[in-house]
Ligand binder design. Sequence first.
Ligand code: TRP
Length: 320
Amino acid sequence: MNDVVLTGDRPTGPLHLGHYFGSLANRVELQGRYPMYVLVADYQVITDRDTPGEIRRNTTELVLDYLAVGIDPARAVIFQHSAIPELNQLLLPFLSLVSVAELQRNPTVKDEIAHSSQRAVSGLMFTYPVHQAADILFCKGTLVPVGKDQLPHVEVTRLVARRFNERYGPVFPLPQALMGEQPLLKGLDGGKMSKSRGNAIALSATEDETAALIRKARTDSDRHITFDEERRPEVANLLTLAGLCLGRSPRELAEEIGDRGAAELKRVTTEAVNEFLRPIRKRRAELDEGDVRRILAEGNERARERAVRTLEEVRQAMGF
Ligand code: TRP
């Protein structure tokens, strides 16, 4: 079978180093080997907030992040939900294939509801995993590189594909989640790396912003630097970050730094991160909003052609 890769992100803010080492690096590697679609999941932004906010700006920044890290529009189709009516129309038949009880059981949805600041839980909150099935199935995606929290959604997608095929005939492949071996990169305060917690280094951060964030990073009172994830998580996290940027082992870095303490650890980390981000910043500086518009227009056109064909197949199979 010919594999097709589909991945995506909600355009809610800048991507950071956690995204890079968790998934972007993997995408850059996959794009030469398989046809690849990269989705700017703009309709999914409104699942857990009342308005899309600065959707246009966030979309531009997201695509700039993609291009800066080396996702190549000549090899990957970069497109938006909101530009592909035929993708969205798949939601109707797909919703008919799952029960309300199944929607309510989704652990990621439950977790998001628990953390949502919305006063009322919207219907979209329960149904967006089925919309995500449309994201994956419109292009007959077979490989879905995602983090652990997205596994339930890939399960929903498999369920929808299987039931559709059983009921109407074989149309969809059953996609598979691709979990990279993601080194767990925490934020600079030891919590989950996330833009909203102010503990993340954005790919678009300047050298000075990067230095300031690392200067503020939490460490501990033991002057001798060692790599001990259990007992010294903050120090271990800086070592991990520096190690990822340098392509070296955190343990080895710890031995080199030794008695020179947290100040030296931060100096090494800052230099490593800034060196690592240099080519990414350079590529980003060469691009502007016009490039993004042109790339999205092309990607949307290609994705739409694909969606038109799939929707036609679906309607035929269903007898419309
Ligand atoms: N839900 C994903 C996230 O929050 C984004 C997303 C939307 C996605 N559609 C997708 C991921 C399809 C993989 C496949 O990160």
